[in-house]
Structure formats: structure tokens, C-alpha cells
Design a protein. Sequence first.
Length: 166
Amino acid sequence: MTSTETQRRPVPYDDSGELDTALAFLTFARECVVKKTEGLTEEELRRVLVGTGTNLLGLVQHLTAAERYWFGYHVAGQEAYQDVDFDMAVPADVTAEQVLGAYREAIAAADKVIRESADLSRPVAVPVPDGPKSVRWVMAHMTSETARHAGHADILREQIDGATGR
């Protein structure tokens, strides 16, 4: 397989303020994950290429849970997201369209929570197990978590059809 950068995205250059800059980089990482799923079949999105069983669709499902848990539960205090399932095994009866739609919905809800928080130094509504944290900490954590999984998605996508780029 020949490797060409067919999916390269420019990094964000937003530096207009702490909230806007942090959200721009989180958005960039999220878009990189979604970009890795574009143009693939249901079978390709579910294809397991590593020993852990990780696949592109499973990464998206996992990140959906993370968005809901960290922004919905910890930042906004929404009890419904206290016990989300972080599993990467997507049930056979759940379509790729449903998984990607849920991710987009979770992102929109998280962005609303983030914007409503406005002050990133504000403590989260539900403390993290090791102590109180700020919205800023959750933003940094989710940006690094999403970027890490975007890297995994890069590798999986390259193994599927040779597409590379962030």
C-alpha cells in the first residue's frame, strides 16, 4: 500500500482567548477522528486490525462515552452520564451511522456545556475521584484523550486503505 497524505487538516490558529483556543484544539482532535471514518464501509469501520480488538467505530463509540462522562457528568452534573459504558465493542445491531450520529450529538452537547461554563477555572460540578478539578483540566484531559485516539485512528485507517494525514 502506498502512503499519501490524503486526509491532512491544518492545525487551528485560533488564539483569541483561553476558551476559544482550547475549544479550537479539542474540535480539531474530534474532527481528525471523524475524518478517519469518512468513505469507509460498515465492514471497514468494524475491521479489527490489532490484537486488542480496537477498530475505528469502537474508538468513536468510546469517545462518545468520554464526551458524555467528562462534560455531561463532571462539568454539567448530569447524573444520566455517571455510569457510561467506555467499551469499544460496538454491538452488531448498532450501525456506523448511529455511532457517528451519537458522537456528533455528544460533541454538540459538550460544546454547549463548555460555552455555558465560560470560565475555565471554575470547578467542575462533580469532583473527579482524586479531587476537585477545573473545567480547564477537563478540556485538557479530553483534548489529550481525543488526540491520542485520533493517532490510533490514523494507524487503523492507514492499515485499511493507505490513507494518512491528520
